[in-house]
Write a protein that binds this ligand. Structure first.
Ligand SMILES: C[S@@+](CC[C@H](N)C(=O)[O-])C[C@H]1O[C@@H](n2cnc3c(N)ncnc32)[C@H](O)[C@@H]1O
Length: 412
């Protein structure tokens, strides 16, 4: 879902598969890489060590620039690393230069004691709240255990281009993933290997998120603690990946004993499509929205259709210049609330705030703009530009570009 101000800094995320996650780490663009030329980003082992990384190790004979790098632990004893990467020197340069994101003033994740794991029939292990976790609290901010280059879409047409793991046979993947996992410390290795999926390739396929490093270079990341979160089509947390950190935030108050869930897919698609997507993951969804009775499923689908209908109606109204129905923003928000789409609600609040402002309803514009600010910060973090725009709308409503542009000669 896209905020109406078109300033979304971070596109929506999705678990892999299917591969839809978009997160970027920027660094200078480079000349193309090939198997014949050494990469201009190659460094000596001591240069990598200065950046805090041990490597390159275990490079693939068929792709000599595709190697294992391990983060050098900050404290002794160094019996392995908490974080391994399989990638090219170019992407490694961006990864080594990445710094943890700002989580917000006085914001830090809840204590590990505030959650515990439990078995759920039909779903396996899941994560449960040990106390009330308030809406907006950060549950986890975790660095990956394994990050691997998967594809370099822009390189597809270049002769001799290296395309990462999606060009490898299963045996080659087993070999290099296995060598990388062997370099993890004992605790991290145990966490990694306990994930669902069987062998290292299966674990990557069933638990990784897609992210882009260095602009367009597709990587898969495995965050072994986050992997314990089960899917729910109406989850109580939202996640984003920022500077390699996987951040999970509560989107409603979560009671002690309640399971913490994320959505592996875009939740606004109808029931039948959600089943298809989740079956391609290899499981039948046991979440509430998918196991309720057929009449409730039909009502849920009708609400999703109504959301699409309102979006289309708005597009038409913008084009035609006709008057906006005064309650169109309220109806959009109400559908999101009724459908429990708390993890995407920033979009609805933002639209409602703009619509109210456009028709000159200052009180409601301010109400929805303030709600949008909170929701945008939950979904995108403290540095969201859309959040700044909504704060501006709440504080200086009549100076905002949207104010009164569809007032039609009256104000409320
Ligand atoms: C990333 S793991 C989540 C943790 C997993 N339950 C475990 O025991 O490690 C994803 C796997 O959990 C199970 N799972 C997650 N959400 C589910 C749901 N809503 N319904 C049924 N199974 C689910 C599926 O087996 C899925 O492949």
């Amino acid at each position: 879902s896209q905020a109406a101000t078109k300033q979304d800094p971070i596109p929506a995320c999705e678990w892999h598969p299917p591969l839809l996650q978009n997160v970027c780490l920027n660094s200078a663009s480079s000349p193309e890489q090939s198997t014949t030329k050494p990469s201009p980003f190659s460094k000596t082992r001591s240069e990598w060590a200065k950046l805090g990384w041990d490597g390159p190790n275990d490079c693939l004979p068929t792709m000599p620039d595709y190697c294992v790098y391990t983060r050098i632990p900050e404290s002794e004893p160094a019996s392995g690393s908490p974080f391994v990467v399989i990638s090219t020197a170019k992407s490694m340069t961006a990864i080594a230069g990445s710094t943890p994101p700002f989580l917000g003033k006085n914001k830090k994740p809840v204590s590990p004691r505030d959650v515990y794991t439990q078995e759920f029939p039909g779903k396996g292990t899941g994560v449960v709240a040990n106390r009330t976790i308030k809406k907006g609290e950060i549950i986890k901010a975790e660095m990956p255990t394994l990050l691997l280059q998967f594809d370099m879409p822009d390189n597809d047409s270049k002769p001799g281009a290296q395309n990462g793991a999606n060009e490898l046979s299963r045996e080659e993947r087993l070999g290099i993933y296995g060598k990388a996992v062997e370099r993890l410390d004992e605790v991290s290795k145990k966490k990694f290997m306990r994930q669902v999926g069987g062998d290292v390739v299966g674990i990557v396929d069933k638990n990784s998120f897609r992210l882009f490093v260095d602009g367009d270079e597709g990587h898969l990341g495995v965050w072994a603690d986050v992997s314990l979160f089960n899917h729910d089509c109406r989850p109580n947390t939202h996640y984003r990946i920022q500077n390699l950190t996987h951040i999970t935030v509560a989107v409603r108050d979560i009671l002690p004993g309640e399971e913490l869930t994320v959505s592996y897919i875009e939740g606004t698609i109808p029931y039948a499509e959600r089943q298809e997507r989740l079956e391609s993951w290899g499981f039948k969804c046991a979440c509430h929205a998918c196991t309720q009775d057929l009449s409730q499923i039909a009502q849920s689908d009708a609400r999703l259709k109504a959301i699409t209908g309102i979006e289309e109606e708005l597009e038409q109204l913008v084009k035609s210049g006709d008057d906006f129905p005064q309650d169109i923003g309220d109806r959009l928000v109400q559908l999101y609330v009724d459908e429990r789409l708390d993890n995407y609600i920033a979009h609805a609040y933002t639209k409602a705030a703009l619509l109210k402002s456009m028709i000159g309803n200052k009180k409601d514009a301010i109400k929805y703009a303030n709600m949008a600010v909170e929701a945008l910060e939950r979904e995108y973090g403290p540095d969201t530009k859309d959040g700044d725009a909504m704060r501006g709308l709440a504080e200086r409503t009549e100076e905002h570009w949207s104010w009164g542009v569809r007032m039609g000669g009256w104000a409320m």
